[in-house]
Design a protein around this ligand. Structure first.
Ligand code: ACO
Length: 329
């Protein structure tokens, strides 16, 4: 590539990691019953499409899942950790208040020197991180980036609140991005509306050596549902317009895996058959910033997503934040 060539960003490798401890709805029902909390497989499947999720064991952190997913992504890209010149981790469940989980991942990968930082945009985090990495690559400040979404949401769930604790899981997904003279990422679109901070949040904080406020997830499910369906349609249309493409030209849609009904409503609005939507929420639950790269890796490894396919990634979550990335894989 010479200096006159426009610089583009391509995904050249994907990887993911789920902790081995898998809980089916039936397992979770039993666990919650021991606390006097009543739920059922039928309720969870009908309202959310979730059948199972993975939870980490004590002592396993977001950086452990992130580093494992990153190694698989590096392997699939055919490159080594020291080829990477930028690491961004999207997470809302960092190992520590500081430093960034990205620094911890960098150390676990056995490299040092390149910039490493976290992006906090809850379930939109991966789309935000991908957009930042794409901009840095196109600006010439990075050539090969690791972008990771990693979460241990089981740590911030209230297992006495059946309305939220059945929805989430733990996991990580990663991509390796490389500068390229042919387009991969075609268009990006990011938004936030801070008026809705309160509908999905973990309001606690650390102060004076103590946790102040409630350090578990709070959600107004119906408000989230309504907002999510609206913004997933609008951001999809925006990136399609920016790239001069139509929804019919999409091979695959990978929305944030929050709830099957949100995925179905989004597909309906874009007039896409569900066969074009990658669905992992049934097996992973909602893994927040990890859900999109996890779903991407699953579909790449099972052979559905192939080189050249047109793929749209869509995030939505707390903040309220949302956004999309349209790319040729
Ligand atoms: N098991 C059994 N009953 C339950 C459960 C449960 N796990 N959770 C709630 N209920 C009960 C409620 O107590 C309520 O009972 P009541 O009528 O006797 O009061 C009844 O079910 C209906 O509760 P709602 O909250 O109104 O149920 P709703 O149909 O809205 O479904 C849900 C809840 C699934 C959370 C839905 O609002 C939703 O999908 N929201 C989207 C939010 C989402 O996906 N969030 C993920 C994080 S956000 C993100 O990633 C973008």
């Amino acid at each position: 590539m010479n200096s006159a060539t426009p610089r583009h960003t391509r995904i050249v490798g994907t990887g993911s990691c789920l902790p081995p401890r898998r809980l089916s709805n039936a397992d979770l029902v039993v666990q919650l019953a021991s606390r006097g909390i009543e739920t059922s497989d039928e309720w969870i499947v009908e309202r959310t499409g979730i059948r199972a999720r993975h939870f980490v064991d004590d002592g396993v952190n977001a950086s452990d899942l992130a580093a494992r997913a990153a190694r698989y992504a590096l392997e699939s890209a055919g490159c080594r950790a020291d080829d990477i010149d930028l690491i961004i981790v999207a997470t809302s469940t960092p190992d520590m208040v500081f430093p960034a989980t990205a620094s911890i991942v960098q150390n676990k990968l056995g490299v040092c020197g390149c910039p490493a930082f976290d992006v906090q945009a809850v379930c939109s985090g991966f789309v935000y991180a991908l957009t930042v990495a794409d901009a840095m690559i196109r600006a010439g400040s990075a050539r090969r980036a690791l972008v990771i979404g990693a979460e241990v949401f089981s740590r911030i769930l209230d297992f006495n609140d059946r309305g939220t604790c059945v929805l989430f899981g733990d996991g990580a997904g990663a991509v390796v991005l490389a500068a390229s003279d042919t387009p991969g990422i075609l268009a990006t679109d990011l938004h936030a509306d801070g008026r809705h901070v309160g509908i999905l949040c973990v309001p606690g904080t650390v102060s004076g050596g103590q946790v102040l406020g409630d350090p578990v997830l709070k959600m107004d499910g119906q408000a989230v549902f309504k907002l999510a369906v609206g913004v997933l349609e609008s951001t999809a249309r925006t990136v399609l317009d920016k790239a001069g493409r139509s929804a019919e030209q999409l091979d695959w849609l990978i929305p944030h895996q929050a709830n099957i009904r949100i995925l179905q409503a989004t597909a309906r609005k874009l007039k896409l058959p569900m066969e074009k939507v990658i669905v992992t929420v049934d097996q992973h639950g909602n893994t927040s910033a990890a859900s999109i790269p996890l779903a991407l890796d699953v579909a790449v490894r099972d052979g559905r997503i192939r080189a050249g396919d047109s793929v749209m990634l869509e995030g939505v979550g707390g903040g309220f934040t949302w956004g999309a990335v349209l790319l040729d894989f």
